[in-house]
Write a protein that binds this ligand. Structure first.
Ligand SMILES: *Cc1c(COP(=O)(O)O)cnc(C)c1O
Length: 341
């Protein structure tokens, strides 16, 4: 197989064209065959419901080239189930788990030459998405849906080890509504967060740390990632109806338990920030991104989490553990990885 000319160690998190994508259409009440395409474009009706009324949801997962040369995909059944919940939340046709997993296996195999070599810290990012494609001018759900999975090689988020960043809080912005679409992976949530995100960047912060949209008392999400804090022997993460249930967070909770820690899923009051020894955001892209400082733009309060600007020991241990499982360096005791043959 011809290797693409890619500087694997210097990849960023951006789109790079690969060989193929896979597609599957729901039409006449059923899902069709999985189709393979080498086109980066889709023919789409100008009145498609995804364009007008936001019938779109997506997923994000990764495939890793392991130490033993094998390719592992991390917890794809979890992504398949969340994809179903997202579809249901937008009145779209949910794709059965088996078809989802088959599409993942297929798109990874077809683009095998784009899976970064072991040791580069890079991986193959898999992006499934579903859109309503029937023409709709009146507001109602589509009857036809398209699921596409594309892949792109991505670099490690932190090239020279962790770099903790500063985040900010502002009550001027919400990511989602209290009983809205926060718990599903709708593209619209991202569109709605761009203004706040750019505001945070302009002020020199990596992301906006959102408070719960109802009472503005509790920590909700850290940009488009889940929040966790370490306090003594506890891993603390918000329980909230308006956050996206992160599979990384779920995995970290399990690993924290394995390490003998107590896991607390509960409301995290804003004032509690001062008492955490470590704070990080978590998600597939970065696994963990440590937070060094949180500035409340409304009150002027500053929470210094890491005075040294270094990631804490627990965050580092959790990060190393999950990466070791993903790259097949340590036994996958929870059965999280599927080897793609
Ligand atoms: C995707 C996403 C996450 C992270 O979920 P993972 O399954 O860990 O990748 C967290 N928050 C939001 C809003 C997301 O969209």
């Amino acid at each position: 197989m011809k290797q693409p000319e890619i500087d694997w160690s210097n990849l960023s998190f951006s789109y790079l064209k690969t060989d193929f994508n896979v597609r599957c259409t729901y039409k006449d009440g059923k899902w069709g065959e999985i189709e393979v395409s080498d086109s980066e474009y889709i023919p789409l009706h100008i009145a498609a419901s995804c364009l007008h009324y936001g019938q779109e949801a997506f997923e994000g997962l990764k495939a890793f080239r392991g130490k033993d040369g094998k390719v592992r995909v991390f917890r794809m059944e979890e992504n398949a189930r969340r994809f179903i919940r997202s579809a249901e939340g937008l009145k779209m046709q949910p794709m059965p788990e088996e078809i989802f997993c088959e599409m993942v296996r297929k798109v990874v195999k077809l683009n095998e030459r784009f899976i970064p070599p072991y040791g580069t810290g890079a991986s193959l990012y898999i992006r499934p998405l579903e859109i309503g494609i029937s023409p709709r001018v009146g507001v109602s759900p589509a009857s036809e849906y398209l699921v596409i999975m594309l892949v792109t090689p991505v670099g490690p988020y932190f090239k020279e080890g962790f770099k903790p960043t500063k985040v900010c809080i502002s009550r001027e912005y919400d990511r989602v509504a209290p009983k809205g679409t926060g718990s599903i992976k709708a593209g619209g949530n991202y569109g709605a967060s761009l203004v706040a995100g750019e505001k945070a960047h302009e002020l020199g912060y990596s992301v906006m740390l959102y408070l719960d949209p109802k009472e503005k008392k509790y920590i909700d999400e850290c940009g488009a990632a889940n929040f966790f804090g370490i306090k003594g022997n506890s891993y603390v993460t918000p329980a909230s109806e308006s956050i996206l249930p992160s599979i990384t967070n779920k995995s970290l909770r399990q690993l924290a338990k394995d390490m003998g820690m107590t896991v607390e899923e509960r409301h995290v009051p804003l004032e509690e920030l001062a008492s955490f020894e470590e704070i990080a955001a978590c998600g597939t892209a970065a696994v963990c991104s440590p937070v060094s400082e949180i500035d409340d733009l409304d009150t002027g309060d500053k929470y210094i989490i890491s005075a040294t600007g270094e990631a804490g020991p627990v965050t580092t241990a959790l990060y190393n553990k999950i990466r070791a499982i993903q790259y097949g360096e340590e036994p996958d005791t929870h059965g999280w990885c599927e080897v793609i043959e």
